[in-house]
Design a protein around this ligand. Sequence first.
Ligand code: ATP
Ligand code: ATP
Ligand code: MG
Ligand code: MG
Lengths: 259, 259
Amino acid sequence: MNIWAVANQKGGVGKTTTTVALGGLLAAWGLRTLLIDIDPHGSMTSYFRYDPEATDDSTYSMFDASVKRYPLDPHRLVHPTGTEGLGLIPSAMPLAALERQSGTLKGMGLVLKRTLSELRDDYDYALIDCPPVLGILLINALAACRHLIVPVQTEFLALKGLERMVRTLRMVNRSRPRALPHTIVPTFFDKRTNASRESLHVMQTSYADTLWPGVIPMDTRLREAARAGLPPAVYDPRSRGASAYAELLDFLRTDTRAV
Amino acid sequence: MNIWAVANQKGGVGKTTTTVALGGLLAAWGLRTLLIDIDPHGSMTSYFRYDPEATDDSTYSMFDASVKRYPLDPHRLVHPTGTEGLGLIPSAMPLAALERQSGTLKGMGLVLKRTLSELRDDYDYALIDCPPVLGILLINALAACRHLIVPVQTEFLALKGLERMVRTLRMVNRSRPRALPHTIVPTFFDKRTNASRESLHVMQTSYADTLWPGVIPMDTRLREAARAGLPPAVYDPRSRGASAYAELLDFLRTDTRAV
Ligand SMILES: Nc1ncnc2c1ncn2[C@@H]1O[C@H](COP(=O)(O)OP(=O)(O)OP(=O)(O)O)[C@@H](O)[C@H]1O
Ligand SMILES: Nc1ncnc2c1ncn2[C@@H]1O[C@H](COP(=O)(O)OP(=O)(O)OP(=O)(O)O)[C@@H](O)[C@H]1O
Ligand SMILES: [Mg+2]
Ligand SMILES: [Mg+2]
């Protein structure tokens, strides 16, 4: 099972959209795919019409079982998304409290990694949607994944956020035997504006060796797909957003770093 | 001194842009204005070309002085922004660690409120830019402010974030003598798309009594202002974004709840 995390400490850059878009494509290509929402806000959970306020079997259950030491069968946590071959482990509100409690609990950084290893024979891909905050939940995702996807809006303030994410990655890599490979994905690209073109140019010069050579364009069909509760490739496969994500997925799957 | 906080637990909705835009206008209208960056990511700090990694006198100093019990003159924390009449207390990276440490320290929720009361004779307005996370820093801002401004992107996923923010507010109001008044501000509005028009309609029906009757349009001049390090009203006062913020400020100042 390939485990990818989608993360960036900056908010609103397209993490949830990227996770759902790639997951929907993998399922459409016939690969058994699991989406995991460890953002306490639960945008991906809401995307598929579940309520993060009311979810029993969720990513929170993994942490709860680990702290209270009761057995948990992770297969119980998987919910249908309405798309064939695409499962979801939703988020739940109590995840937010973990941050404050986690300071005192040892070994909390490996809960997700351990749980996913019990599901490795049932899925080809697992994609983790992360919160925009450096804390115990993001640490869990970085420890569990084999490849990190970093969506970055093509504009000035987001470049600062990217510097921060790359620094976090450098810190995390110090405690890993092998550095975690990552791919930077430019999002919200609008070729008509200076802000987009200039920030893309900065990315191409400063992050040449980890930057995906394409861009995800600004495309309102991606918002409409969220409103419809469908992955972009299901909602409108010929839209500019959906086709750009198909190109990205093709790059990630052939890029040896990702396997 | 009027203290306003700008907050929403959803990321990327225009909190920093709104804080800077309103602050720049207040200063241009001759009012002594202080901006406070309490987001560990420090977008507003980067906006004015300070480095959150390298800031000594910052919002973090307030918490450090409170925990270690040393005297601190808050006037030392104020940095120039290049705009006449507009000061900034920048963010710093160690703010991020407060979340994990704060669980064990009592009275951490009132540090900002106490520090700002020492500055009340020097400024007419203080505007607080908040992180997109419910935690000790957001709690500080909600305890310190008299009015809350909630920017909300006009699209589907952001409406879920708004429900969450309103729930948080209800929780915070239980421990206040008087409920904290708030104003919901629709942002990124694009009248050409269904997503914008429909979500605005939902806001108008579900939040009629706290919704600002205008909208902040999608306007790339707002991004360009950030790249130039200038408040929108200084960068391009006739842009659609800057004029919409002037209308919002006029509404907030005449709306008796805000004083
Ligand atoms: N390329 C795009 N073009 C237009 N809209 C987009 C694009 N990508 C994402 N969006 C929209 O922008 C909003 C923010 O995206 P999304 O929620 O995926 O970001 P995020 O990084 O997951 O945010 P958060 O930090 O809150 O988790 C969503 O409403 C989404 O539909
Ligand atoms: N009305 C608008 N039109 C176009 N771009 C905008 C608008 N408002 C904000 N932006 C841009 O969108 C990006 C996100 O805005 P901003 O950083 O203000 O959001 P935020 O809510 O503060 O994000 P975070 O959750 O990361 O703190 C910024 O690059 C900003 O320049
Ligand atoms: Mg998200
Ligand atoms: Mg911000």
